[in-house]
Design a protein around this ligand. Structure first.
Ligand code: 7TS
Length: 406
């Protein structure tokens, strides 16, 4: 079991007051807070080791390169991958843009189909829209069941021989739904399609082994898993990464350059043009150490306990509508909801006056909100530093909001 008191002592921001009230941070789905181990590692890099990587012949540059590559090895171990399959990007969004561009160049032509779901974050939708338009390919959306789970029967129908790509989120950032990726991988691979998984909400919260997942390309962000902003990961099967053309071009990603042409570096460097986010990658390595020391099974158990308590409390209030599966085990650590007839922005604003930070809006999932026939929703999301008392404080505060606005 996670010793949440000990964990909280590692997160300096949690001591902060908001308008004199103790901060209750329930927006880790947007970005997580950072333990001092990560904050100190980033500061230490700039104070003691700062140099550019992969080019300097002096000791400082060699140390910086070792730290950067050491972080890659840690991230690889964390997801059950080989280091050369781990590409550092600036975040999930950049990783998915890279994939849509490069996969588009290598594998997609006019008339082909790209299967997406209605629960995608815009980061796993717009790049595919742009690719479809560029290539004259067709975007094929898959819906959800009334319970808020992916409609697997519809997915099986949609993934035909015309599908070149299936792009799906592992965990919905609104519904919380955990999608059965191994099952989806089988459907995709049966027709020779590539499976791209947006793992931005899963790698921070669940034990994820990319081999067991069965996907071909997996993207996630450091800042949602205790790491710094500006660092993300694209994992890909080595053969596929080798086949794909580069996305960004320039320094670092080349082997040899003439005035009129160039050859590409080996993977993963082919996809890391320019100076990478060095301090951020090192910070992510320390974040991964932190998560590993607690154990991702324990992190999952802790999130689940909190989300289950929140879900139970929300479902018991007749003035609340909850979106997504009613069973907590079917979900990650996010719970989206609305108060009957109350605008979600008003809910978030009143909770903020009590020091409680939740997110309200469309959470970069407008098509999903349109389908649910709501303009926006409130979302509480939990992580390893949240407590049951915080969940209870949130529920009690909601009752007060309802008294004022209901
Ligand atoms: N995919 C999913 C499922 C996400 O939840 C997010 C960020 C992204 C992609 C994009 O990640 P980024 O690091 O490149 O921005 N989600 C959210 C959220 O739910 N609230 O703020 C950001």
């Amino acid at each position: 079991m996670i010793d949440v008191r000990a964990v909280r002592a590692d997160f300096p921001i949690l001591e902060r007051k908001v308008d004199g009230k103790q901060l209750v941070y329930l927006d880790s789905g947007a970005t997580s807070q950072k333990p001092r181990q990560v904050i100190e590692a980033v500061a230490r890099f700039y104070q003691e080791h700062n140099a550019n990587v992969h080019r300097g012949l002096y000791q400082l540059a060699a140390a910086a390169t070792d730290l950067y590559e050491g972080a890659r090895a840690k991230v690889a171990r964390f997801i059950g991958a080989a280091p050369e399959e781990v590409v550092f990007t600036h975040g999930t969004t950049e990783a998915l843009n890279l994939v849509a561009y490069s996969l588009g160049e290598a594998r997609v032509k006019g008339g082909d189909e790209i299967v997406v779901t209605v629960m995608e974050h815009h980061a796993n939708l717009i790049p595919w829209q742009v690719l479809a338009r560029r290539k004259g390919a067709k975007l094929v959306p898959v819906g959800i069941t009334p319970e808020g789970e992916l409609d697997l029967a519809e997915l099986a129908d949609r993934v035909t021989g015309r599908a070149k790509v299936v792009a799906v989120t592992h965990v919905s950032n609104v519904l919380g739904t955990i999608n059965p990726i191994p099952e989806i991988a089988e459907l995709a691979h049966r027709v020779g399609a590539v499976l791209v998984v947006d793992a931005a909400q899963s790698v921070p919260h669940l034990p994820v082994d990319v081999r067991e997942l069965g996907a071909d390309l997996v993207a996630f962000s450091g800042h949602k898993m205790l790491g710094p902003t500006g660092i993300g990961v694209l994992w890909g099967r080595r053969e596929l990464l080798e086949e794909l053309p580069p996305f960004l071009t320039g320094g670092e990603m080349i082997r040899e350059v003439w005035l009129e042409r160039a050859t590409w570096n080996e993977v993963p460097y082919k996809f890391e043009a320019g100076t990478p986010p060095i301090a951020q990658a090192i910070g992510l390595g320390v974040a991964v150490d932190y998560l590993s020391s607690l154990g991702m099974e324990e992190v999952r158990r802790h999130d689940l306990r909190l989300a289950a308590r929140a879900l139970e409390g929300l479902l018991a209030r007749d003035y609340v509508s909850v979106y997504g599966p009613p069973a907590p085990e079917a979900r990650g650590g996010v719970v989206a909801f609305n108060l009957r007839g109350v605008h979600p922005h008003d809910v978030a604003t009143l909770l903020d006056q009590e020091g409680i930070a939740i997110r309200a809006g469309h959470h970069c999932a407008q098509p999903l909100h349109r389908l649910l026939d709501i303009p926006a929703s409130c979302r509480a999301s939990f992580y390893l530093y949240n407590t049951q008392e915080e969940v209870d404080a949130f529920l009690a505060a909601l009752d007060r909001v309802w008294k004022v606005l209901g």
